[in-house]
Design a protein around this ligand. Structure first.
Ligand SMILES: Nc1ncnc2c1ncn2[C@@H]1O[C@H](COP(=O)(O)OP(=O)(O)OP(=O)(O)O)[C@@H](O)[C@H]1O
Ligand SMILES: [Mg+2]
Length: 278
């Protein structure tokens, strides 16, 4: 189970087996996944990349126990997921903060719901907030914060009780490019101290390659995991990493895969004979 607060927490292992999901809508069935399989090791940082509508959020909701799949199963540490678990931290794109609570009170909320002793978590929560530059904002209200600051609070909230599994659904999607890059490094720093398992959904090829140990690429609907990339760039990853030839080569490879899948189109270069990436 979860480690003591402030202690070392190893991550949860996830097994996804023959997962299928179909939504029934008024205009007929929407087949989201055909068949998704995968194994994620404890402590791995895995990014899931795929076109809009391919089912990334649906997959996260199934792993979180918020949605029952039509067929197949997900297990976390060999236990089948059947309902939401408080041992899973979640950060989604939408702003999850409660306006009537201060920053520190927001961060403490999941721990309160879990019934942990406030005194045990408060130190950890303050430490995390300090680490992401919010040490002077513990008593501020969410409305006094910028979008990036709120997103930092949301990440600290999910990490304050050191969940063994952290699910993130495009957590930085709404941020400008500079803030997003800063948040990526902040997340890396926090994760390095905890080393829990992270499932990170993103549209950003660059973001996936910069952060993850492994990138799973999903095809358009009905989707499957069509390819996985092991990213063995040295850690900690830095701005230099994002300029390195190895990094750029992986990003280019994934872009080309999306072109092959018909997800990325570049009409002008296609008309000029397909000389992309020249
Ligand atoms: N509750 C629902 N009822 C019916 N259809 C749904 C429901 N939720 C999602 N879908 C459909 O399932 C498909 C997958 O949706 P999902 O939100 O998982 O995609 P996504 O990969 O997260 O997309 P995005 O990158 O745009 O967030 C889409 O076609 C969507 O319209
Ligand atoms: Mg989504």
């Amino acid at each position: 189970m979860t480690s003591t607060v402030g202690g070392f927490s190893s991550g949860a292992a996830i097994a996804i087996t023959q997962l299928r999901h179909t939504f029934t809508t008024s205009s007929g069935p929407v087949i989201v996944f055909d068949e998704v399989n995968g194994a994620i090791e404890g402590g791995e940082f895995v990014a899931i990349l795929g076109p809009s509508g391919c089912g990334k959020s649906t997959l996260l909701r199934i792993v979180a126990g918020l949605l029952r799949p039509s067929a197949g199963s997900v297990s976390i540490d060999r236990l089948a997921v059947t309902k939401p678990s408080r041992d899973i931290g979640m950060v989604f794109q939408e702003d999850p903060l409660l306006e009537w609570r201060t920053v520190i009170q927001n961060v403490l909320l999941p721990a309160e719901i879990k019934g942990l002793k406030k005194r045990d978590v408060i130190e950890r929560a303050s430490e995390l907030l300090g680490q992401v530059g919010l040490g002077d904002f513990l008593d501020a209200r969410p409305s006094q914060l910028s979008g990036g600051m709120k997103q930092r609070v949301a990440i600290c909230q999910a990490l304050a009780y050191e969940p063994r599994l952290l699910l993130m659904d495009e957590p930085f999607g709404a941020l400008d490019a500079l803030t997003r890059r800063q948040m990526q490094f902040d997340l890396q720093d926090l994760w390095t101290g905890i080393r829990n398992t992270v499932l990170f959904v993103t549209h950003g090829i660059d973001e996936a390659v910069l952060l993850a140990d492994r990138v799973l690429v999903m095809s358009p609907r009905p989707s499957r995991i069509v390819k996985e990339y092991v990213i063995d760039l040295p850690r900690p990853r830095t701005s230099g990493t994002a300029r390195s030839a190895e990094y750029l080569a992986i990003v280019k490879d994934i872009e080309e895969l999306f072109e092959t899948l018909g997800v990325l189109h570049d009409e002008k270069s296609a008309a000029a004979g397909g000389a992309r990436h020249a």
